[in-house]
Ligand binder design. Structure first.
Ligand SMILES: [Zn+2]
Ligand SMILES: [Zn+2]
Length: 150
């Protein structure tokens, strides 16, 4: 896996460094995590890497297109290494969990504007909002759960 990440960095002319490899690996294993979670994971494996270095790496990887930054309204920014396939996200309103939704159409933009006002449309950002299975299960049987605990 490591050599894949090295190849990704080289493909966008970024120098291969331990922090960059560590951030790519963390995001590959844990998609849609926020900055704090990235810092925790990377520093677990590489305690010598500073917070600032990880911020810088996230910025550089995002600018280079190796990492995608997603920021659902009202949520903290999350990062993922699955890029370039125009996939969408479904977000839980209660706990903020995020899952990938493959684009049905495949190519951007996956929606056709009813009136684009003459603009050349390149992308449509789609976020599905709802309740994740965990939160749905919790909200369905609150009374039962309380009784069951006693
Ligand atoms: Zn949830
Ligand atoms: Zn995703």
């Amino acid at each position: 896996m490591t050599s894949d990440f090295e190849a990704q960095l080289r493909a966008v002319s970024l120098r291969v460094t331990q922090p960059r490899l560590a951030v790519l690996a963390a995001l590959h294993e844990n998609p849609h995590i926020d900055t704090n979670a990235v810092i925790e994971l990377v520093r677990d494996a590489h305690p010598g890497v500073s917070h600032q270095a990880i911020y810088d790496v996230l910025g550089a990887l995002t600018d280079a297109g190796l990492v995608r930054r997603i920021q659902p309204a009202g949520a903290t920014a999350r990062y993922e290494s699955r890029v370039g396939d125009n996939h969408h996200h479904v977000v839980c309103r209660s706990c903020g969990a995020i899952a990938d939704v493959d684009c049905v159409v495949g190519d951007a933009p996956c929606l056709t504007a009813s009136d684009a006002h003459g603009y050349v449309v390149e992308e449509a950002e789609v976020v599905f909002w709802g309740t994740c299975p965990d939160c749905a299960a919790k909200s369905k049987a609150p009374v039962f759960r309380q009784l069951g605990r006693k």
